[in-house]
Design a protein around this ligand. Structure first.
Ligand SMILES: NC(=O)C1=CN([C@@H]2O[C@H](COP(=O)(O)OP(=O)(O)OC[C@H]3O[C@@H](n4cnc5c(N)ncnc54)[C@H](O)[C@@H]3O)[C@@H](O)[C@H]2O)C=CC1
Ligand SMILES: N[C@@H](CC=O)C(=O)O
Ligand code: NA
Length: 432
């Protein structure tokens, strides 16, 4: 009996798309055996044809600049979207689903912006929408959360989910590299988004945090709900200051269920973590995510979070899954947002601070500083004074846990003290 064929439209042929096409050709027999049908590239939508599009085994005639026409073709069964961004990706995915085609995408920006509507459309049209590559690249994370942990109660997801910023911070920590130089290397290696602002300013990690929180806590969370700070203001002095206290600076995504479960907190910001913490050892563009669940306890997922080849692994895994479902005439689990939880403002988050102050070196300064902390109910864990600062001193204060709003009000008031010449750096401390 002849094996049937499923025809795939590939939208986008950049870092990730070209790798998907290459592997679909190279591993076509294995993929067919796993799916129970051949996966054939029906067309590849690109922004411009005529460039050197040679992918061995791919007919140059299948490249097209008309993505909408490709998606609408009757001989296309499945659609893979790796263009990125909001439009035209959203319109193309919606059009595909309306025509009964299952979709695989790596597009975290879109999922964080409109995941609820996209899932609603997928359910309505009886198709699959899979996006494992959208969070933490190659690492299987969304499927374990949606499927393997569907019977457990997830309370916290914490991790490093942006390869570019981890690469930059790691280069700054290990080699003392400058920010710009490390960013250029990350772009050359294909880790960074087309517009690196998305990585550097934390938008990429925030989109991933929104997706993770929505799945983990069964409640819709969008990018706008995420408290976001990037790494563009992390200085060599911050990295050195962290080193001096046996810590390392990482950009963390933290999604947590508030006690009682009525609210969720979702935040992305640079934080100091102790060097002995497992996340401190995550180097280069690698990602790592801790998931804490009531019955499972602590789980850690680790691996390559960016780059064309690793990301293609997650996309092809999803493609095999939706193709198998298509062969079996079923769809996989859809969105699960039955719990309508409030998104807690950042001020309610309980955290710790590392604050570095440039102060006058004279009697009463420490007492004045301590009074400000006490006035906001913030307890100090350690104070260290360094006297290398010209005509003054550097006070480094590490706090106990306190609400973020009390900590930021403390910093605002410290900045107004006559004896404080400058608040040099403020970093949250996590992982203890
Ligand atoms: N590069 C990475 O490490 C990872 C990327 N992703 C996601 O994968 C997606 C693709 O990323 P990359 O391949 O890195 O980006 P890319 O910028 O290398 O590729 C996107 C391609 O789409 C093309 N394109 C733009 N508009 C188009 C249109 N209207 N029709 C057809 N083609 C069009 C561009 O010319 C470009 O070649 C994005 O959503 C990204 O966030 C996800 C995980 C990791
Ligand atoms: N730009 C992203 C790519 C993967 O999502 C990153 O650096 O992690
Ligand atoms: Na993933």
């Amino acid at each position: 009996m002849r094996m049937s064929t499923l025809r795939v439209a590939l939208l986008g042929c950049g870092v990730v798309g070209s790798e998907i096409a290459r592997q679909m050709v190279e591993h076509s027999d294995d993929l067919a055996a796993r799916v129970g049908a051949r996966l054939e590239l029906a067309g590849i939508a690109v922004r411009r044809t005529g460039r050197d599009r040679a992918i061995p085994g791919v007919d140059p005639e299948i490249f097209t600049t008309d993505a909408a026409a490709l998606v609408a073709r009757d001989d296309v069964d499945l659609v893979v979207e790796v263009i990125g961004g909001i439009e035209p990706a959203r319109g193309l995915i919606m059009a595909a689903m309306e025509r009964g085609k299952s979709v695989v995408t790596a597009n975290k920006a879109l999922l964080a912006d409109d995941g609820f509507a996209l899932h609603t459309a997928a359910d309505k049209h009886g198709v699959d929408l899979y996006y494992e590559a959208a969070v933490a690249g190659a690492i299987p994370l969304l499927r374990p959360l949606r499927e393997s942990l569907a019977g457990d109660h997830v309370t916290r997801v914490l991790g490093i989910v942006n390869g570019t910023t981890n690469y930059i911070l790691d280069q700054m920590d290990t080699h003392g590299s400058g920010f710009a130089e490390a960013l250029e290397e990350a772009q050359a290696l294909g880790y960074a988004e087309a517009d690196p602002t998305a990585d550097i300013e934390g938008y990429d990690a925030a989109a991933k945090a929104a997706i993770l929180a929505g799945i983990a806590f069964h409640s819709p969370v969008s990018l706008a709900d995420v408290h976001r700070e990037g790494i563009s203001e992390v200085t060599a002095a911050d990295v050195a200051g962290a080193k001096a206290m046996g810590a390392v600076v990482k950009l963390l995504a933290i999604c947590e269920l508030a006690p009682g479960g009525e609210a969720v907190g979702v935040r992305v910001h640079p934080a100091m973590i102790p060097r002995e913490h497992p996340l401190a050892g995550v180097r280069g563009a690698y990602n790592a995510v801790f998931v804490e669940a009531a019955s499972a306890g602590q789980l850690m997922f680790y691996g390559p979070g960016a780059g064309g080849t690793p990301t293609s692994s997650a996309v092809l895994g999803d493609l095999v899954t939706v193709a198998r479902n298509r062969v079996a005439g079923v769809t996989g689990p859809g969105g699960s947002w039955y719990a309508d939880r409030r998104v807690r403002p950042m001020g309610e988050t309980v955290t710790r601070y590392h604050i570095s102050l440039d102060v006058d070196d004279r009697p009463g300064v420490l007492a004045a500083v301590a009074t400000v902390f006490a006035g906001h109910g913030v307890s100090i864990e350690t104070v260290r004074q360094r006297t290398e600062v010209p005509d003054g001193a550097e006070l480094v204060v590490v706090t106990h846990q306190a609400p973020d709003e009390a900590l930021s009000a403390t910093v605002d008031e410290l900045a107004k003290l006559d004896t404080v010449r400058e608040v040099m750096s403020v970093k949250r401390v996590e992982g203890e």
